[in-house]
Design a binder for this molecule. Structure first.
Ligand SMILES: *Cc1c(COP(=O)(O)O)cnc(C)c1O
Length: 368
């Protein structure tokens, strides 16, 4: 069986580092808001290239904290519009609507699956205040055009960097390209905790001070509350495990990029469209390798008959989810087509070279 994802295999490879970290926390007697958190925040800040970093409970909460904190700062007000790509994990949209802001869905470029600045510009209206750049599947979606749009229209550029930690645009890491960014360390992400975890990063100290307070009941001094905040903290044990794993993230991402390169070069089946390698390969960390086909059910069965697991990211577009029934009249043809055609095939360091060869051979043998 070639697994889609094998967390046991991935974490077994670092079991000594992880056990040492977990045991250190157990024996310290200090489980929330201590040295491990501060240490991980400093290390992630270095990795990103110097932003302020706040460890938080998960990726959705990281996004919510950004939107809520900008609201506290007066940069956003209830009812303001945020442009969100129509093809993303639902958390991107949930964070916006939960913060009392309006989600404006824009179809992505069908090649990159990411937003195009031209399409975004055409959607900007009098209440548009922010663009949520989702680096979907691990591919950077930022370009200088977004910077220009943000400056011209006085918009916030917020990065959903849940899938792309480690990717670079012209030498700068994703997560450092806009005004603020959210990371997720859900176990299956490229850098995964052993539970829920996330982080907010920004070079704006004013924003970071509010995020730090908001994640801890809106309090910076115990029992004194400047905001109506949340409990969105990152546990010491998860912070320690993330510190143990962060030094290996670039290796993991490189392995993913090499596998993606092989798939791109060697899968040649007219029934299967493979994604492209960006002109600068550093722009993609391949959280997912997503192919397209008009015969998805048949391809899933063919792969499964050959013991290869697959997953669909994502089978239902946001505007067609029951949770967003108020958007059901919208027509977003790219998102709708992707939802019916995309298929994620195994990628990651749990794959052996022979597994990669098998996946390629089985994909090339698919007929319909
Ligand atoms: C995983 C993910 C999130 C949410 O992260 P959690 O840690 O699961 O809350 C948000 N956006 C995208 C694009 C994701 O892939």
């Amino acid at each position: 069986m070639i697994k889609f994802l094998d967390l046991k295999e991935i974490n077994d490879g670092l079991s000594r580092e992880i056990e040492t970290a977990a045991l250190r926390v157990l024996r310290s007697g200090w489980y929330i808001g201590g040295n491990e958190l501060r240490q991980f925040e400093a290390e992630l800040s270095d990795y990103l290239g110097g932003a302020g970093v706040a460890g938080v409970s998960n990726g959705l909460d990281a996004l919510r904290l950004i939107f809520r904190s900008y609201t506290q700062l007066g940069r956003l007000s209830p009812g303001d519009e945020v442009i969100v790509p129509s093809n993303t994990f639902i958390a991107s949209a949930l964070a916006v609507s939960d913060s009392g802001l309006r989600v404006v869905l824009v179809d992505p470029n069908p090649e990159t699956h990411n937003l195009d600045a031209n399409d975004v510009e055409a959607t900007i209206g009098p209440r548009t205040r922010a663009i949520l750049l989702v680096h979907l599947y691990g591919r950077n979606s930022y370009s200088k055009e977004f910077d220009a749009l943000a400056k011209t229209h006085d918009l916030l550029l917020i990065e959903d960097n849940a899938q792309a930690l480690g990717a670079c645009y012209e030498g700068r890491r994703t997560g450092m390209l806009g005004h603020a960014s959210a990371m997720s360390f859900y176990p299956g992400k490229n850098l995964g905790a052993l539970g829920d975890a996330g982080a907010v990063a920004s070079t704006d100290p004013e924003l970071m001070a509010i995020v730090r307070s908001m994640r801890n009941y809106g309090s910076s001094t115990k029992y004194y509350h400047e905001f109506k905040g949340f409990n969105n903290r990152l546990d010491e044990i998860q912070a320690a495990i993330l510190s143990a794993k962060l030094p290996y993230l670039d290796d993991e991402n490189l392995r993913r990029r090499n596998i993606a390169g092989e798939y791109i070069q060697l899968v040649s089946n007219p029934l299967i469209e493979v994604p492209s390698m960006p002109a600068d390969p550093q722009e993609h960390v391949w959280h997912l390798f997503v192919v397209r086909t008009q015969h998805r059910d048949a391809l899933v069965k063919h792969l499964s008959d050959n013991s290869i697991e697959t997953v669909v990211h994502y089978p239902v577009a946001i505007h067609q989810q029951s949770a967003y029934s108020e958007y059901k009249q919208l027509s977003l043809p790219v998102a709708e087509e992707l939802a019916s055609q995309v298929l994620s095939i195994p990628i990651g360091s749990h794959l052996k070279d022979s597994d990669v060869d098998t996946v390629i051979d089985v994909l090339n043998a698919f007929t319909y």
